[in-house]
Design a binder for this molecule. Sequence first.
Ligand code: CTP
Ligand code: CA
Length: 211
Amino acid sequence: MTLQGKHILVTAGPTHEPIDPVRVIANRSSGRQGYAIAAAAAEAGARVTLVSGPVALKTPPGVSRVHVETAEQMADAVMASLPADVAILVAAVADWRVEPSGTKLKKGDGPPKLKFVATRDILAELGLNEQRPGLLIGFAAETERVVEHAIAKQTSKRADWIVANDVSGDVMGGHRNRVHLVTADGVEDWPETSKEEVARHLIARVEQVLG
Ligand code: CTP
Ligand code: CA
């Protein structure tokens, strides 16, 4: 129970950006990796806030979950949950949203001309926040040049660590994950294992830093 007294903030799942009352833009994410991390942190004794987009998963024992839909709501919920000792941003946040139509678009009117607007980058905002968590951890799902892209994100978003995973296979929605941990000390290649095991490993590393 080495994380006793620590507050760990986790984001998980996708966000849904509405197009109209029945349609959304979303990223693929089951939420499993983020939920496993929240569960492992709670098992280690931390107070855990899990800000979750729409997923079909139960709240892990001892975790306080905040439900959100959109990137904007996720950003607001994360900022409202500060201060935190550690933030682990696992959510697959939609990068773009559109101005939603109040009424259902009709197929017969032809494909809509959607005007995309960038969403808030929660990790980058936390990196600059006055209440920046002492340990700020991001995830990076990549299909190519995995570690190179992860290192670029670590720098641009001012994250301490980036957990990079190769999603060129069938990781999305699956139970296993192969990740690389990018820290200031370099890159560690972790063996492919279950998402629960990745979560326990990551929380063990967090304990080493905070303990
Ligand atoms: N992230 C975030 N808010 C966003 C987009 C991403 O907090 N609006 C976080 C993710 O939760 C993750 C990290 O930033 O921890 C990297 O997300 P990723 O989608 O891999 O990076 P992007 O900067 O969005 O770049 P791209 O999708 O083009 O690779
Ligand atoms: Ca993205």
